[in-house]
Design a protein around this ligand. Sequence first.
Ligand SMILES: Nc1ncnc2c1ncn2[C@@H]1O[C@H](COP(=O)(O)OP(=O)(O)O)[C@@H](O)[C@H]1O
Ligand SMILES: [Mg+2]
Length: 363
Amino acid sequence: MKIVVLAGGISSERDVSIVSGSKIAAALRSKGHQVVTIDPYIGYEQELSSIDSLFENQYDFTDNAVIEKKAPDIEAVKKSRKNQSNVYFGDHVIDICRAADVVFLGLHGGEGEDGTVQAALKMNGVNYTGSDMLGAAIAMHKGVTKGIFLNSGVPTPKSKLYKRDFMVDGYLNSWNSFPCVVKPCSAGSSVGVQIVSDRDGLVAAVGAAFRYDDDVLVEEYIKGRELSVGILGGKALPVIEIIPKNGWYDYENKYQAGATEEVCPAELDPKIAERMQREAEHAFEVLRLKVYGRVDFLLDRHNSFYCLEANTLPGMTPLSLLPQEAAAAGIDYPDLCEKIIELSLNKRQSLPLGGKGDRVSGG
Ligand SMILES: Nc1ncnc2c1ncn2[C@@H]1O[C@H](COP(=O)(O)OP(=O)(O)O)[C@@H](O)[C@H]1O
Ligand SMILES: [Mg+2]
C-alpha cells in the first residue's frame, strides 16, 4: 500500500509525534509498504515534480528525531515554515495525502487529536487511521469527557470545570478539597498539569493553566497506582502499570528513557484487571472512539479505580504504552501498525462523502 504517516504538527506533543511517526514508518516499510512521512504543518517545502516519486523514494523528514526534556517551542516551529500563511496545512500536504491509500495519523495532541485534521481529511476523501472527528473532539476535552463519564457511570475523580470567562474574585473558593490536580482541558502529555496542596497554590495553578486553555479542570487528587488500558478494535489489551522512578508522571517522566518503569501485564488481582478492562471498553464506547486508543486510570489503596481520560492518538513508539500492551498480547509492533490500518479501512474504506454511516440531517 501507499501510506502517508503524518507526524509533527504544532501541538506541545510535536516532538513525541515525530518519534512515533518515524517508528511507524519504519515498521510499515518492514512490511513492504511504500511509506512517506510528512509534517502536516511544515508540508513539503522543496519543489515537487511528482508525488509518485515521493512514494518511490519513500520521502522521510523524521531522521534523527529526539524528544527533549521540555516540550518544544511551537512559536519557533511556526516561524521556521517558509509558507507564512495562516493555513494549518503546509504546502502539498493534502495532495500528497490524497495520493495515498491511507494516512496513518502519527500526530499527538492539538489539531491532530482534536478531530480537525480528521475532518479535513474526510472532506478531501482521504482514508485515515483511528477515531473520527466526533470521538477525537470529545476525548480531547477533559471537561466534556468528564460530563460523559458522569452520565454513563464511568468511575472518575470528583472535579469542577472552570471557564476563563466566568472567573471572578473568590470563584475558586467553591473548591475545598486538597491536594488537588489542575489541568488545562485540551492539553496532553501532562503539559500544564499541576498538583497543588493549598488554596494559594490552586489560584496560581489555575491562572497558569489558563495560559494553555480557556477551560480548566480542577480534580480531586487520587493517591494510588497509575494504570492504563490500550484498546484495539474495541477490545481491551492487557493493563499496564506505570511507575515513575521520581515524582509523578509529568512530561519529563513520560518521555525520558528510563524515567519510569512499566509493568505489563500489571500485577493486579485478576478480577480488578478484568473490571478495569471492561470499564476501559465502556469508556471507549461512550466517548464514541474507534479502532484504537488508550484509557488512563488511577487505582487507590482501597482498590477503587478512577478513569482520568482517553487518548485517541496515544504514543506509538515501540516503547510507548499501547505497543507494550499489544506485545504482551502477542501482537508485535509492525503487526500492530498494520492492524490499525486494517481496522481503520474496514470501518470506512471507499465510503463516498455522505455515504453509509453519515446520518442525513432532517429539517
Ligand atoms: N486526579 C488525579 N490524581 C492524581 N494524579 C493525577 C490526577 N489527574 C492526573 N494526575 C497525574 O497527571 C497525569 C496526567 O493527567 P491526565 O489526566 O492523564 O492528562 P494528560 O495525560 O492528557 O496530560 C496522570 O498520568 C497522573 O500522573
Ligand atoms: Mg493521560
